[in-house]
Design a protein around this ligand. Structure first.
Ligand code: ARG
Length: 457
C-alpha cells in the first residue's frame, strides 16, 4: 500500500516501484525512524494536537514494532517503498485509527532528514571510538620504541636517522586531527530538522525545540527549506572519512614496503597475511593492500555526493535519496578498515636490528657531519660541499663515513679530529635532535607523555 495513493489513478509499474524504492537500504535506520516518531508524537500530545490516549497507543505500537523487528518476529517487507511507509503501515495494521495520526505535522522529507542525522550521529561516535583504539595502538608502539632507530626518508631516499616512535608519532598526529574533524562535524550537524515539514513548516503549533531536546539535539534547525535539503554534514563526513582512509592508505603503503623482502623492517603476523596459490614462499600483506585499495571507494562516495548535490534546486529532490547507499558504504568501509588496520598494527613485529643497520647505511649522518664542521667555524654552505666530497670518496670505496680513517678525514680538511666519530654516530645523531617535535628520545618521551594524557582525558 502506498502512502500517497489518493491522487493516483494508475498502478505504478513494477520497474518504477523498484527504481523508486529505498527500503532495501533505508531499513538500516528502522530504530532511528521509530525513535524519531516516538519523539514526534510525544511532542504532538504535549501540544494538545494528539490526545494522551492516542499518544499512548501510538508509542506502545511503535515500541512493539521495534522490539518485534529486533527480536526477529517482524520482518521488514521488501515490497514496501521505504522504511517510513513500512513502519507507518505496520502501526496502522496493529493499532488502527490512532496510527493514522502519526504523520500529523510531518513529511517524509523532514523525517528522512532526521533519521539520517540520528543514524549518522551514532556512526560518528562509532568511527571516533575506532580511531581512538587505533591511536592507543600507535601510542604503545611509540612508548616501546623511543630508541628504536630507523632511517627517515624524503623522496623515498634515506635522509636522516629517526626513531620508530617519531615515525609513528607522525601518524598519531594525523589520527588526532581525524578525531577532531569528526567531533567538529558532530557538533555542527547536531540540530533537529523534524517539524520542517515538506519544506515550509506546518500550521500545527509544534514545539520543535521540545522534539529536539527529546532526541538529544542541541536545538532545532532554523530554516525549514534548509532542514530538508541540507546534506552538508554527509559531505563533511565523507571528507573526514576520505582523510582517515588517506592516512590509513599512506600507513599501509609504508607497511607494505617495510614488510617487503628488500626492507624487512617489519613482519606482519600470519593472521594478517595471506599466501599465494602458486608460490609457496609467499606471505602477502593483503590487509594493508586492501585498506589502500578501499580508499578509492571512500573517495568515490565523496565525489559522488558532491556531484549529486551540485545542481539541486531547493528544497527536497528525490536525487537526495542517493545519499544513503554511498554514505553507508563509506561508513562500513572506513570502520572495517580502521578495525583491521588496528589489529594488524598491534600484532606487527619490528626487526629492530635491520632498521638500525639500514639507518647506519646511506649517509644518514651526512648532515650531522656538516654540522660538525659548522661547529668548528666553517660556514654551512662550505661544510655542505666538503661533506659532499667525502660522500663521493666513500661511495668510490664502498664504505660509510664512520669507516674512514682520521688520516683520510684530515686529508680532506684538517679541522677534523677524532671526536668526529662520536659526532656522527647514529646514537648522537638521534639524541641530539632535541628541538620541539624532533626524534631525540628525551623530547619524544615528553611528547608521548602528552599523547597518553590526551587519550586518557
Ligand atoms: N526515501 C526517501 C529519501 O531517502 C524519503 C523521502 C521521500 N520524500 C519524498 N518526497 N518522496 O530521500
Amino acid at each position: 500500500m502506498k502512502l500517497w495513493g489518493g491522487r493516483f489513478t494508475k498502478e505504478e509499474n513494477a520497474l518504477v516501484n523498484q527504481f523508486n524504492a529505498s527500503i532495501s537500504f533505508d531499513q538500516r535506520f528502522y530504530r532511528q525512524d521509530i525513535c524519531g516518531s516516538i519523539a514526534h508524537v510525544t511532542m504532538l500530545a504535549k501540544q494538545g494536537i494528539l490526545t494522551e490516549s492516542e499518544r499512548e497507543q501510538i508509542v506502545a505500537g511503535l515500541e512493539g514494532i521495534l522490539s518485534d523487528i529486533e527480536g526477529g518476529t517482524l520482518n521488514i517487507d521488501p515490497a514496501a517503498e521505504d522504511i517510513h511507509s513500512f513502519v507507518e503501515a505496520a502501526l496502522i495494521s496493529r493499532i488502527g485509527d490512532a496510527g493514522k495520526k502519526l504523520h500529523t505535522g510531518r513529511s517524509r522529507n523532514d523525517q528522512v532528514a532526521l533519521d539520517m542525522k540520528l543514524y549518522v550521529r551514532d556512526e560518528i561516535n562509532a568511527l571516533d571510538a575506532l580511531v581512538k583504539e587505533l591511536l592507543q595502538t600507535v601510542l604503545v608502539v611509540i612508548e616501546e620504541n623511543l630508541e628504536t632507530y630507523m632511517p627517515g626518508f624524503t623522496h623515498l631516499q634515506k635522509a636522516q636517522p629517526v626513531t620508530v616512535a617519531h615515525h609513528f608519532g607522525a601518524y598519531f598526529e594525523m589520527f588526532l586531527r581525524d578525531r577532531s574533524r569528526l567531533s567538529d562535524i558532530r557538533k555542527r550537524m547536531n540540530t533537529c530538522p523534524l517539524g520542517a515539514g515538506a519544506l515550509a513548516g506546518t500550521t500545527y503549533p509544534l514545539d520543535r525545540e521540545y522534539t529536539a531536546s527529546l532526541l538529544d539535539f542541541d536545538c532545532a534547525t532554523r530554516n525549514s527549506m534548509d532542514s530538508v535539503s541540507d546534506r552538508d554534514y554527509l559531505i563533511e563526513l565523507c571528507g573526514a572519512m576520505a582523510t582517515i582512509m588517506m592516512h590509513l592508505s599512506r600507513f599501509s603503503e609504508e607497511i607494505i614496503l617495510w614488510n617487503s623482502n628488500e626492507y624487512q623492517f617489519v613482519e606482519l603476523d600470519d593472521a594478517y597475511s595471506t599466501g599465494s596459490s602458486i608460490m609457496p614462499q609467499k606471505k602477502n600483506p593483503d590487509i594493508a593492500e586492501l585498506v589502500r585499495g578501499k580508499t578509492g571507494r571512500v573517495y568515490g562516495a565523496l565525489t559522488s555526493i558532491l556531484t549529486t548535490m551540485k545542481g539541486l534546486p531547493l528544497a527536497y529532490n528525490k536525487d537526495m535519496q542517493e545519499d544513503k547507499e554511498l554514505v553507508f558504504d563509506a561508513i562500513d568501509t572506513t570502520k572495517g578498515c580502521l578495525a583491521l588496520f588496528t589489529g594488524m598494527l598491534a600484532t606487527m613485529k619490528f626487526n629492530k636490528e635491520t632498521m638500525k643497520r639500514s639507518a647506519m647505511n646511506g649517509f644518514t649522518n651526512a648532515t650531522d657531519a656538516a654540522d660538525y664542521l659548522v661547529n668548528r667555524g666553517i660556514p654551512f654552505r662550505d661544510a655542505h660541499g666538503i661533506i659532499g666530497r667525502l660522500v663521493l670518496y666513500c661511495l668510490d670505496r664502498g664504505i660509510s663515513l664512520d669507516e674512514m680513517s682520521l688520516e683520510e678525514y684530515k686529508a680532506i680538511n684538517p679541522v677534523f679530529e677524532k671526536d668526529i666519530y662520536e659526532a656522527i654516530s647514529l646514537k648522537t645523531c638521534v639524541e641530539r635532535r632535541t628541538t620541539l617535535g624532533a626524534p631525540g628520545p628525551s623530547v619524544m618521551r615528553k611528547t608521548a607523555e602528552g599523547y597518553r594524557k590526551m587519550l586518557e582525558a
